[in-house]
Design a protein around this ligand. Structure first.
Ligand SMILES: [Zn+2]
Length: 211
């Protein structure tokens, strides 16, 4: 198996999660690369306004920098996921490197929240066949996504709204970011995205419900 483009994940690696229950009008909101001292509190406020639960895939580096935010994400009922320590592409890296990236982040999360994370999202969505075994060893599920908002590019905010509403489907795992230079664009339009999804009768559910 070569480096996997997430859109092929479902065919080549059925042991990974790329979407949730497609029988109900549910969506899974996910935010990567935080926590960020300015953007993460803004995202948390919007989620609270819309009574929405999300998952935050945090990097170890940012966890160590902003432990108070990790505690806040956890205490507000959101799921904390492991996104590696230094956000390096881990596909085909030495076993010790991959383990170090996952384990250091895992320990940082446990130290702050007092509980283990259950979900790992590989940086850039890249992984290889060995990760199936690694996930078992760490008791993680590997989670990618089914809806890429492209919030990492400098699109106008309306583009993000249109893209989400054009591609949303029952059980969609929506990938967004709370720790990028382009995140202010997402934050501008995030209330409208959540509002539009609600109007279409989508419920925001936690990744914990996948288990
Ligand atoms: Zn990332």
């Amino acid at each position: 198996m070569l480096i996997i483009n997430p859109s092929f994940t479902r065919h080549l690696a059925p042991w990974t999660i790329w979407k949730g229950d497609s029988k109900n009008r549910t969506v899974y909101l996910t935010f990567d690369d935080g926590p960020h001292p300015q953007y993460t509190p803004e995202v948390l406020k919007i989620l609270k306004d819309y009574d929405a639960t999300a998952a935050f895939f945090l990097t170890g580096e940012n966890i160590v920098r902003h432990p108070g935010l990790v505690e806040r994400i956890h205490s507000e009922g959101h799921v904390i996921g492991n996104h590696g320590f230094s956000h390096m592409n881990l596909a085909f890296k030495k076993r010790q490197v991959v383990f170090g990236e996952i384990e250091r982040t895992d320990q940082a999360i446990r130290q702050i929240t007092g509980s283990p994370s259950r979900f790992f999202r590989p940086p850039y969505g890249r992984f290889d066949f060995r990760f199936r075994k690694y996930m078992k060893q760490f008791d993680y599920r590997l989670v990618n996504w089914s809806l890429l908002t492209e919030d990492f590019r400098e699109h106008p905010p309306e583009f993000l709204l249109k893209r989400v509403m054009a591609h949303v489907h029952p059980g969609a795992i929506i990938l967004m970011h709370d720790g990028l230079p382009t995140t202010p664009i997402l934050i501008q339009i995030l209330p409208e995205i959540l509002n539009s999804l609600k109007k279409k009768h989508y419920r925001f559910v936690s990744l914990m419900e996948l288990e």
